[in-house]
Design a protein around this ligand. Sequence first.
Ligand code: HEC
Ligand code: HEC
Ligand code: HEC
Ligand code: HEC
Ligand code: HEC
Ligand code: HEC
Ligand code: HEC
Ligand code: HEC
Ligand code: HEC
Length: 380
Amino acid sequence: MNHRRKGSIGAWLVGTIAAIACAFIAAGWATTSSTAGAQETTAEEGQDELLFDNFYCMGCHLQENMKLTLSDGEVLDLTIDSEAFNSSVHGEFDIPCVLCHTEITPYPHAPITAPDLRTFALERADACRGCHLDKYTEVADNVHGAARDNGHPEAAVCTDCHGTHDIQKTVEHSPEVQQTCRQCHSEVYQLYAESVHGEALVTGNRDVPTCTDCHGVHNLEGPTDSAFHLFSPQLCADCHNDPALMEPYDLSTNVLESYVADFHGSTVILFEKLAPDQETNKAVCIDCHGVHAIKKTDDPEGTVFQANLLQTCQRCHPDATENFSAAWLSHYSPEPGKATLVWLATWAYRILIPVVIGAMVLYVIALTVRKRQAARIAPA
Ligand code: HEC
Ligand code: HEC
Ligand code: HEC
Ligand code: HEC
Ligand code: HEC
Ligand code: HEC
Ligand code: HEC
Ligand code: HEC
Ligand code: HEC
């Protein structure tokens, strides 16, 4: 991180915390009476001081085996690991507990109403909003937010991915991120782990895509969105068209061009331009290669391995026979030895067309000259 960013974070931090703290105090956080006299104000200030003092909170929450059984029988662990908290991003900045726990009053706290642990966590999902409004807004609108609105309370909130009292600095494009997603998407993870991309990632290769490179992080998009499907070739092309990235693997960087030039791709590109919200039935990369289980082309388990290719085409071309898939050029441009006839035909056209048109032009020119000459010679 550069120094300018550090400076701006420092300023932002002081500003934000001061603003939030002032807001609480100004709002008369613990006001119980509308006829507050001078004496009561002093008591309130005392209460505020207590609230913003983490030592006060930890005086109780440091105790071991501090537990509470919720009404459905699940046990809430109330002990806070002070070491973990102090070495977290928030602990390092001495952030007062109550800036996240806006609902808390000095002891005795208001009684807990959540019947189970998940409800307890979801009721506190707004804790991060005050300081990370940008992330909060994105997460509320993404696939997880939508899933929660549609009756999947288990869809991820901030603390599922980041932790709660032990939050650490994050790393972009981290090879660890799929472990976070794995907690809840173990089936997808399994497919990915055995794919050409996942296998490479495990060996420390950072060139391959992780879950979030394709889906995004807080703006997570998903397959129920037809635009995501339609634009997915661009996702693959970001890497597969990059010569520097593909060179060590000796992989073609012609896959997008050849796909676009193809009968499937040309229609998909047209759709992208004209009707990005519409479903398309034409094949995109993932229809042939798979999504999370993409294999090397010479892997016998792969969907584009020569022996399996017909089956892949038959998903959409049920009447296709061996010739159908064998005759297709896949991503290759025709060349001698590979689709020799197509190559010959292409070159025949490339040579014949200029020759024929050239001859025609010559013929027209010759004819014009001849006519002019004839006109000059002929008597008026
Ligand atoms: C005198 C001891 C004591 C102090 C001081 C104390 N707590 Fe608690 N806290 C408890 C106990 C006991 C519970 C269990 C639930 C209950 O009895 O209300 C609890 C529960 C909680 C809970 C979970 C329930 C809820 O309402 O969200 C949170 C969060 C919490 N405390 C945060 C804090 C914070 C923040 C502070 C400092 C401002 C603090 N506590 C100070 C004893 C204390
Ligand atoms: C970065 C925000 C944040 C800070 C700072 C924070 N908490 Fe929490 N805390 C939460 C959230 C959110 C939950 C709800 C449970 C969850 O989502 O994991 C929670 C839950 C709790 C609970 C219930 C038991 C549990 O672990 O779920 C207690 C007790 C608690 N916090 C006490 C504290 C105390 C004491 C401090 C200060 C030393 C503190 N918290 C600082 C966000 C925070
Ligand atoms: C009182 C303000 C405040 C609240 C509330 C708060 N944070 Fe933070 N958060 C900060 C500050 C300050 C930093 C450190 C500066 C930075 O890196 O941006 C930080 C850093 C982070 C980071 C590391 C950022 C990085 O650069 O890798 C994560 C992740 C994070 N917070 C998540 C959360 C989550 C999740 C919650 C809610 C449970 C939360 N924060 C609540 C102020 C807050
Ligand atoms: C599905 C998992 C997931 C959820 C849910 C999630 N995050 Fe993140 N977050 C990540 C990952 C992974 C990164 C690492 C950065 C990257 O890959 O770009 C990150 C990075 C961050 C950062 C630091 C990077 C930056 O751009 O400043 C902050 C701050 C943060 N998250 C806060 C939050 C808050 C607040 C919420 C809830 C409103 C939240 N996150 C919800 C996975 C998640
Ligand atoms: C705490 C659990 C949890 C975590 C962690 C989590 N997810 Fe999810 N995710 C869900 C649930 C629940 C749904 C909605 C139900 C479903 O479609 O599976 C969902 C839905 C999705 C969808 C949309 C699926 C669809 O069919 O519409 C995508 C994409 C997704 N998650 C990606 C991710 C990625 C990437 C990560 C890691 C950065 C991640 N999730 C982390 C629980 C989680
Ligand atoms: C190379 C890009 C890529 C990577 C890497 C990737 N995904 Fe996906 N994912 C997609 C695409 C594209 C779809 C949509 C498939 C479709 O249209 O049918 C999808 C679909 C999904 C879905 C919903 C459908 C289903 O199969 O359940 C979930 C959940 C999901 N991904 C999670 C993950 C997780 C978790 C990881 C990491 C382990 C991950 N993805 C890695 C591109 C990717
Ligand atoms: C972040 C960059 C990146 C993205 C995004 C990406 N790939 Fe890859 N892909 C790679 C790298 C690097 C390799 C080589 C890995 C190796 O061989 O170890 C690879 C290998 C492959 C292979 C195996 C080729 C062979 O025969 O060896 C196929 C097929 C493939 N990717 C298809 C796709 C498809 C389809 C998508 C989109 C859904 C996609 N990739 C997205 C980087 C990427
Ligand atoms: C209609 C099916 C189909 C579509 C659509 C398709 N591919 Fe392929 N792809 C194949 C086949 C078949 C092969 C294997 C060619 C061979 O080895 O003979 C292949 C090979 C590859 C390879 C390996 C290239 C090499 O140098 O070995 C990559 C990488 C690849 N495709 C990526 C993509 C990407 C990215 C897209 C989308 C832009 C895409 N494919 C669209 C069928 C398809
Ligand atoms: C996701 C579905 C899907 C997959 C998989 C798929 N195609 Fe297609 N393909 C289509 C659609 C839709 C058309 C357009 C048909 C039309 O317009 O009549 C098409 C058109 C074609 C055409 C043009 C001639 C025709 O029949 O209209 C050829 C050739 C073709 N595909 C070959 C293949 C081959 C070879 C494979 C396997 C490697 C394959 N396709 C896999 C959906 C698919």
